[in-house]
Design a protein around this ligand. Structure first.
Ligand code: FAD
Ligand code: NAI
Length: 471
């Protein structure tokens, strides 16, 4: 192996965590390199996650809307046809443009991009098995592990990404399956179920728990979301577990039964999407060579400054604690670099928004009712439905509501939960309010432009300590 120069900071993994950290590190004037094995930067998020899924969600929504939601708007359309190949091409072009953009930003910020698989040799040395062949050793003063996550497999069902798929297969199907079953009604399950149901597939979502949306979603909002998605044609089996799968025939057979036990039933479909969560990915990283530890969920163990027990080796993003979200990874990347360059960094884990990009979208920040109850915190609720919002009325998009939860005594905002057409954009205001420790009255006394959906946000805040004007 040839010796490479020593770096100040070396990132293993070029996903959101790794690439953002590397850019920040370059900007701080540190000599930086990033090792990525997939042949493109951007990780799960840009290549097979956030970005391609949002492209398909946007365009499948447009297709579905043109098919089902134009007449009442005074728009008569002729023959509407799906060109799936072109829809996939549009997705691929968005992905390619963005991953190339990251390469450009690496050059701009003098980050060396090393294409290959990194594996620890010792505490300061990483061996890279290069994509183009050969091996190189890279040494660094600081090493940041950002190797991300992978989908959790379902025992007994082998993933072929054609009949039995993960999200990676779900963003690349070449035809619309007649019947699709989704195991897991979390965010991946519901986003992908939305795409294929809009394009014509008969989709059934099987969820172990009594509520959809995965961890964190407020129960009242989850219920509304399920009702609306059902109206769009999606079928749900809640409190139901998949006990076994058989993909040996033409399609896939799943045995399901009530979560608490009961009669078995068989679900047959052409395609099964496994969306039961993701797990940290650290395979082949040579952790045993440096003695870094994992917890019982295979997450890399770190302290509050992202340090492993070897202080100059840090960990950020999906492969360590916290929600597996791109913007969380990004925050940690900047903070970890600032700990190195300045000695201090900042991530407020109480103010990380979550968004589910279905239609309508669901978004939240802070705590939900069940979480507040469990901690015996007294809270007030303020809600405002989009049916009473003028802009939602003009847009003919009145499904949903905004819900504020604030401290009964101090009025400090504890949580904001939104289901509505642009919930994902609107939650930014809630996140800012939580970050600044605002009260619901602070938000309600802030002037919001008329007519906007954001007025529903203001009025829900108002309803927390007083009464909404328009409802
Ligand atoms: P990753 O993005 O997984 O990146 C890790 C990178 O490290 C990978 O590219 C991998 O190839 C590389 N790597 C691993 N091991 C090595 C090694 N030994 N040597 C070199 N390279 C290595 N989050 C959101 O916030 N919003 C969304 O809308 C959203 N949508 C999603 C949709 C889907 C379908 C999926 C699957 C995920 C979605 N996520 C979303 C989650 C988001 O993708 C992750 O939280 C984010 O990618 C985490 O970034 P990361 O850098 O920690 O890990
Ligand atoms: P998830 O943890 O959100 O949901 C998985 C769901 O599957 C849970 O509701 C769980 O109860 C259910 N489940 C588990 N085992 C089951 C079984 N045997 N039978 C039936 N149901 C079962 O995980 P998901 O949806 O796979 O997403 C993984 C990660 O990716 C999440 O952490 C999420 O934050 C992230 N992501 C974020 C997106 C966004 O921000 N818009 C989009 C997609 C993914």
């Amino acid at each position: 192996a040839t010796e490479a120069p020593e770096y100040d900071v070396l990132f293993i993994g070029g996903g959101v965590a790794g690439y953002v950290g590397a850019i920040k590190s370059g900007q701080e004037g540190l000599k930086t390199a990033c090792i990525e094995k997939r042949g493109a930067l951007g990780g799960t998020c840009l290549n097979v996650g956030c970005i391609p899924s949002k492209s398909l969600l946007n365009n499948s929504h447009l297709y579905h809307q043109i098919l089902h939601d134009t007449k009442k708007r005074g728009i008569e359309v002729g023959d509407v046809k799906l060109n799936l190949q072109q829809m996939m091409k549009a997705k691929d072009e968005s992905v390619a443009g963005l991953t190339k953009g990251v390469e450009f930003l690496f050059k701009k910020n003098k980050v060396d991009y090393i294409k290959g698989t990194g594996s620890f040799v010792d505490e300061h040395t990483v061996a890279v098995n290069l994509v183009d062949g050969g091996e190189q050793h890279v040494r660094a003063k600081n090493i940041i592990i950002a190797t991300g996550s992978e989908s959790t497999p379902f025992p007994g069902l082998e993933i072929d990404e054609k009949k039995v798929i993960t999200s990676t297969g779900a963003i690349a199907l070449t035809e619309v399956p007649k019947k699709m079953t989704v195991i897991g009604g979390g965010i991946i399950g519901l986003e992908m179920a939305s795409v294929w149901s809009r394009l014509g597939s008969e989709v059934t979502v099987v969820e172990f728990l009594g509520q959809i949306g995965g961890p964190g979603m407020d129960a009242e909002i989850a219920k509304q979301s399920q009702k609306i998605l059902s109206k769009q044609g999606m079928k749900f089996k809640l409190n139901t577990k998949v006990t076994a799968g058989d993909a040996s025939g033409n399609g896939v057979k799943l045995s399901v039964e009530a979560a608490k036990g009961g009669k078995e039933e068989t679900l047959e479909s052409d395609v099964v999407l496994v969306a039961i969560g993701r797990r940290p990915y650290t395979e082949g990283l040579g952790l045993e060579n440096v003695g870094i530890e994992l917890d019982e969920r295979k997450r890399l163990i770190i302290d509050q400054e992202y340090r492993t027990k070897i202080p100059h080796i840090r960990v950020i993003g999906d492969c360590t604690f916290g929600p597996m979200l791109a913007h969380k990874a990004e925050e940690e990347a900047v903070a970890a670099v600032e700990y190195i360059s300045k000695g201090h960094g900042h991530v407020n884990y109480a103010a990380i928004p979550s968004v589910m990009y279905t239609h309508p979208e669901v978004a939240w920040v802070g705590q939900n009712e069940a979480e507040l109850k469990a901690q015996k915190i007294n809270y007030k609720i303020g809600t405002f439905p989009f049916t009473a919002n003028s802009r939602a009325k003009t847009n003919l998009e009145t499904d949903g509501m905004v819900k504020f939860l604030s401290d009964a005594e101090t009025d400090r905002i504890l949580g904001v939960h939104i289901i509505g057409a642009n919930a994902g954009e609107m939650i930014a205001e809630g996140t800012l309010a939580v970050e600044y420790g605002a009260s619901s009255e602070d938000v309600a006394r802030t002037c919001h432009a008329h007519p906007t959906l954001a007025e529903a946000f203001k009025e829900a805040a108002m309803a927390t300590y007083s009464s909404a004007i328009h409802f």
